[in-house]
Design a protein around this ligand. Structure first.
Ligand code: APR
Ligand code: PHB
Length: 396
């Protein structure tokens, strides 16, 4: 069988937010790239993920010319509510760190990236099968795959970037004696629902409750996104819509202090397991890893997409220098630079997760409540949460 060879500067595996944003940022620097994606454009564009953009993420997207729809349909939030039975406290990020966050779904970010890719004529091979990376420590690493039309392809590049999420082949292309992994699996999951109902809150509510954590988020003025802590292995079919709304009402404090939760038609429900995972280093030879390919965070605190954006924000200028045959120092520093933020966000999302989810130990529950009271009542406590939630500068 003949193989079609495609030469390029940067070969990117994965067309999620990491892969497409990297291709976009490279194109802005005049660096050519080709993207290979296992799924269809529609499939990648319809996955439901978290919806909070950090201050630095919005800044980067704006500077990259991707900010128009965020300004049009995104919703700027100056903080979050933290609550436990009988008490709700607003943590005002603007007051504490002068930064805000934006409610703008990952699905929307993906749409903007796909539109920009179409506009500049980005080469993307969707529905690629048998994707494999080769010769990653050589000067001419390659990605091979079978295209949607059955043709066998070989991308030959100066560097490869694995943006292929937690199930892609790139992570495993780093040899076992080089890579190190760290993992924490949490003893609970999230049941997430999308509902066609106006949010019952102006900003997100994170609620500690003896029955388990609950959260009220949103996608727009008419669509709410809600979550409930459930045991691992929960079958989504055991949660009827009524059971979901009852549990949300209890855990979110319906009827307390004059607040009520408005139920509505549920359009989607799914169970999400929660884990923290980091693989280091984020570079091996001429293979770089970015986004979920290198790290996974539990969703509490919504860091996944923001970390992916920060990775490629650091990586794009580094690769531009490298492929131009110029300074390799940024590329050499990429793994260490990116990992500083990865570990900060790994800690923050672990901290938010373990502060808010109940795991059955009464002593732990008292410590959680004490910590929540401290965060809500101390300027130092609130500022720590605000700084991490609204996000640190990219590359800092
Ligand atoms: N070949 C090509 N592409 C692959 C392969 C493969 N063998 N395996 C996986 N992929 C693709 C997936 O289909 C997906 O489109 O890689 C892409 C990875 O995208 P994401 O999982 O969205 O990861 P990333 O782009 O790093 O974005 C991180 O996504 O999971 C969330 O919370 C996370 O919001 C964060 C963001
Ligand atoms: C969401 O809107 O999906 C979301 C928001 C905040 C989180 C997690 C998920 O911490």
């Amino acid at each position: 069988m003949t193989t079609t060879v495609i030469p390029t500067e940067v070969a990117i595996v994965g067309a999620g937010p990491s892969g497409l944003l990297l291709a976009h940022l490279l194109a802005a620097r005049g660096v050519a790239s080709v993207v290979v994606e296992a799924r269809s454009e529609e499939y990648v564009g319809s996955r439901i993920r978290a919806g909070i953009l950090e201050h630095s993420t919005v800044d980067l997207l704006r500077r990259a010319g991707l900010g128009d729809r965020i300004a049009e349909v995104g919703d700027e939030h100056r903080g979050i509510y933290l609550q436990w039975p009988g008490e709700r406290h607003h943590i005002d990020f603007q007051e504490h760190v002068g930064r805000s966050v934006w409610v703008y779904g990952q699905t929307e970010v993906q749409k903007d990236l796909v539109a920009a890719a179409h506009a500049r004529g980005q080469e993307i091979h969707y529905e690629a099968a048998d994707v494999a990376v080769h010769d990653v420590t050589s000067d001419r690493p390659a990605v091979t795959f079978t295209g949607a039309d059955g043709t066998s392809y070989r991308l030959e590049a100066r560097v490869l970037v694995g943006c292929d999420g937690s199930f892609g082949p790139s992570r495993a292309a780093v040899p076992d004696d080089v890579r190190q992994t760290w993992e924490r699996v949490y003893p609970y999951s999230w049941l997430g629902v999308l509902a066609d109902v106006a949010p019952s809150t102006d900003e997100l509510i994170y609620a500690w409750h003896p029955d388990g954590f609950a959260m009220h988020s949103m996608r727009s003025a008419s669509v709410s996104r809600l979550y409930l802590q459930v045991p691992n292995g929960t079958d989504v079919d055991t949660w009827s819509d009524d059971r979901i709304w009852d549990a949300l009402a209890t855990r979110l404090g319906h009827g307390e202090n004059g607040w009520s939760l408005e139920p509505g038609p549920i359009t989607e429900k799914s169970v999400l397991p929660m884990r923290s995972f980091v693989q280091t280093p984020m570079r091996h030879g001429n293979l770089f890893l970015a986004g979920d390919a290198a790290h996974i965070v539990p969703p509490t605190g919504a860091k996944g997409l923001n970390l992916a954006v920060a990775d490629v924000g650091v990586l794009a200028p580094a690769l531009a220098e490298l492929v131009r045959g110029g300074d390799s120092r940024l590329a050499d520093a990429y793994s260490d630079t990116a990992l500083r933020r990865v570990w900060r966000c790994t800690h923050f999302s672990w901290w938010m997760t373990t502060m808010l989810h109940t795991a059955g130990d009464p002593f732990d529950a008292q410590l959680q409540l004490s910590q929540l009271r401290w965060v809500a009542s101390s300027a130092a406590g609130a500022a720590g949460l605000a700084e991490n939630y609204a996000g640190l500068d990219i590359g800092s």
